[in-house]
Design a binder for this molecule. Structure first.
Ligand SMILES: [Mg+2]
Length: 257
């Protein structure tokens, strides 16, 4: 890759007219700055307008591809002209493509899990637990280090009694989810395949922008037939391009639109 141009310009040059661009955007840390109170974020009107214009662009499909639930993404973003992939690939809603993880036994297990986590919340009043329908997010951000360790251990304990469950750990957040291979990457591939049938003979060109380890699978998927853009200062083994922060993503989207 040439480094004579800033990355933002290099990425733009790839979205050419002889391709259909599938623009996949992570939410937290990519579209909006990460919040210590992720349950209370708002989506800025200006960014909504920019995303709306991106979606209206010729030969372009925009999706938000996040760990949040689709229902929550829809409530925050309030745009019907874009697609949504939520719960780390367990839910996909793009046009007439609707693909959600359906397992009633898993839901019963999650209910059990929630009961135990609610007990844990009584011991740790700063702990925030959010039932996302298909997964449960446990926010550790407001706890001190000892609290984080204790809650992490307690969650592993809860999980050990839930067949087919696993935890994806993060610094501020634990995600309790079914041990199935869904990810932001499987969602991106699924949507790209669905789109390919609709836009042929144009090839689909995917761009995924994301900021953390859960984006790595989408970076790998995007690199198969497009490009991967790391947002922020973390390391990525896959992403060939980098934008510094959500403000740079917004500026890029504004130019792209
Ligand atoms: Mg993120």
């Amino acid at each position: 890759m040439s480094h004579h141009l800033p990355h933002a310009e290099q990425i733009l040059k790839q979205a050419t007219a002889d391709r259909h661009t599938l623009l996949s955007l992570d939410f937290d840390g990519t579209l909006i700055t990460r919040s210590e109170t992720p349950r209370q974020v708002e989506f800025p009107e200006e960014l909504r307008g920019i995303l709306r214009r991106c979606a209206q662009r010729a030969q372009t499909t925009v999706i938000v591809n996040s760990g949040r639930a689709v229902e929550e993404l829809r409530r925050l973003i309030q745009l019907d002209s874009i697609g949504y992939a939520g719960n780390h690939g367990l839910e996909i809603e793009v046009g007439d493509l609707v693909d959600t993880y359906a397992d009633t036994e898993w839901r019963q297990l999650l209910d059990l899990c929630m009961e135990r986590l609610e007990q844990l919340c009584k011991a740790y009043p700063d702990l925030v637990v959010h039932d996302k329908g298909f997964t449960v997010a446990v926010y550790l951000g407001a706890l001190n280090i000892a609290g984080r360790e204790a809650v992490t251990t307690a969650c592993r304990d809860v999980i050990s009694n839930l067949p087919g469950a696993r935890i994806t750990p993060g610094a501020e957040l634990l995600n309790i989810r079914p041990a199935v291979p869904a990810s932001k990457g499987t969602a991106l591939t699924r949507i790209a395949d669905w789109l390919a049938d609709r836009v042929a003979p144009l090839p689909v060109w995917s761009i995924h922008m994301g900021d953390d380890a859960s984006d790595e699978a989408a970076f790998v998927a995007a690199e198969q037939q497009g490009t991967a853009v790391l947002v922020g200062g973390l390391q990525s083994v896959t992403a060939g391009y980098q934008l510094p922060d959500p403000a740079a993503v917004k500026a890029w989207l504004n130019t792209f639109a």
